[in-house]
Write a protein that binds this ligand. Sequence first.
Ligand SMILES: CC(C)(COP(=O)(O)OP(=O)(O)OC[C@H]1O[C@@H](n2cnc3c(N)ncnc32)[C@H](O)[C@@H]1OP(=O)(O)O)[C@@H](O)C(=O)NCCC(=O)NCCS
Length: 162
Amino acid sequence: MKLPFWPLKRDYALELLTIGDSAAIAPLHREDFVRPWSGEEFSQLLEQDTVFGFAVREVGHGTEAPAGFVLARLAAGEAEILTIAVSRAHRRHGLGWRLMDAVLRELHAQRAEALFLEVDETNAPAIALYRKFGFHEVGKRPNYYQSAQGATGALVMRLDLR
Ligand SMILES: CC(C)(COP(=O)(O)OP(=O)(O)OC[C@H]1O[C@@H](n2cnc3c(N)ncnc32)[C@H](O)[C@@H]1OP(=O)(O)O)[C@@H](O)C(=O)NCCC(=O)NCCS
């Protein structure tokens, strides 16, 4: 008798992002961003006291690059998402949600007032993710992102934390 094939459920661990992850997250950023940040740029950001982030790594793949990460900055009660990315091979497994949730938990613990972000107005997956958390649009920057396909606008979104 042939047994049915059940794909194994993937298991991911959430970790605090460290300077040591800088080189590993740069290729992940490069998968999707027109102007990717280098490992050096990530490490300069992570050196700053106001910057923090989280990574998700597939359990059992400890030495490999994270499957996703988020970087945020908190200063004077206001926070911003600097960037978030989940590797294409790991999308739609709830990792973007877990990363944003981790940032929000940290911001609540720090008693932050609001979280802002900018997102390309054509980036439907990211906008859907942010709306699910309750972000709403507070501004628009026309022709903000330039790519070979032309210019697109940025939505500025805000989430009240208090
Ligand atoms: C945006 C991104 C981080 C989402 O990561 P993800 O791990 O695939 O997202 P999740 O599986 O946690 O999805 C959470 C919710 O986001 C929304 N979402 C995510 N991907 C989506 C898609 N392709 N289409 C529509 N909605 C989507 C859904 O509401 C989803 O909830 P659901 O699964 O219950 O429908 C990922 O697509 C990514 O890295 N994109 C490239 C980088 C990027 O655009 N970053 C944002 C820059 S501002």
